[in-house]
Design a protein around this ligand. Structure first.
Ligand SMILES: [Zn+2]
Length: 282
């Protein structure tokens, strides 16, 4: 199939009570691993690139790879900008063919967050591209931004924010953290349920790497319909490369460790899709 928007994909998940998985990719092997695995499970999937991935390779290059790989599959695939940190980056992505963007101004004061999110919604409307924003703040290290304060999303403010900005989905802060967890995470399920009652658009969970299957399923049952994974894929990829190079110190062909890394990422993707219940939902 060709590239589709996340709008219908997430509304369908919301109605069906499951979550679509967004996987952050850094290179061609990860694009192939995500698309091939989702295709095997007949699951809709979101390929996401962060702002730092887009410093490594431009949006047009990721878009060309994802469009080429998507053509060989029979599932809906969306190409999403994760944690867009400026209006300009969002614009560059939609112009390059991205079918979904996130603008993240959650570190800024509320009014600034509203202003920037609303501007991106207006921009994306001309391209019929849906917009995700974040309110409250998911802690930890996301890309180059490190945050200490873990600020839970306020349900009443969330309803106000959605009304003022017109965003299509909302990333909420309920105790998850980006990166690797030190100790067991404490998720605020009550807060999630209150946000769900106050807001009717699809809700997104960031910082899911390291959460148990039961914890993510509990979030899905309380209204999360998009879950992001980045850290676990990076870890799987890099562990495979390290293993191959330690075993074969004489290796000079990048395809040898590229293949092994792609295989390990595929396994993570198969597991996440199965756990979140979107197998067969394509
Ligand atoms: Zn995130």
């Amino acid at each position: 199939m060709s590239i589709v928007s996340t709008k219908q994909m997430l509304l369908k998940a919301q109605q069906g009570g499951y979550a679509v998985v967004a996987f952050n990719v850094e290179n061609m092997e990860m694009v192939q691993a995500v698309c091939d695995s989702a295709n095997k499970l007949k699951a809709p999937v979101i390929i996401a690139t962060s702002a730092s991935a887009l410093k490594y390779a431009p949006p047009a290059l990721f878009a060309a790879m994802v469009y080429a790989v998507a053509k060989e599959t029979s599932i809906p695939i969306a190409l999403h900008l994760d944690h867009g940190n400026s209006f300009e980056l969002c614009e560059a992505c939609v112009k390059a063919g991205y079918s979904s963007v996130m603008i993240d101004a959650s570190q800024q004061p509320y009014e600034e967050n509203v202003k920037l999110s609303r501007a991106v919604v207006k921009l994306c409307a001309t391209y019929q591209v849906p917009v995700e924003a974040e309110l409250g703040h998911v802690g930890g290290k996301e890309d180059d931004i490190e945050s200490e304060n873990d600020l839970g999303t306020d349900p009443i403010q969330a309803a106000e924010f959605v009304k003022q900005t017109g965003v299509n989905s909302l990333a909420v802060a309920i105790g998850t953290t980006h990166g690797v967890y030190q100790g067991a995470p404490k998720l605020d399920f009550e807060r999630l349920s209150s946000i769900r009652s106050a807001v009717d658009i699809p809700l997104v969970l960031h910082g899911a790497s390291g959460l148990s299957g039961d914890a993510v399923r509990a979030c899905v049952s309380r209204g999360i319909c998009k879950i992001n994974y980045a850290t676990e894929l990076r870890a799987a990829y890099t562990a495979a490369v390290r293993h191959v190079l330690l075993e074969n110190p004489e290796a000079i062909d990048p395809k040898i460790f590229g293949r092994a890394a792609r295989q390990c990422v595929s396994e993570v993707v198969l597991e996440k899709i199965t756990v979140l219940g979107c197998e067969g939902k394509a």
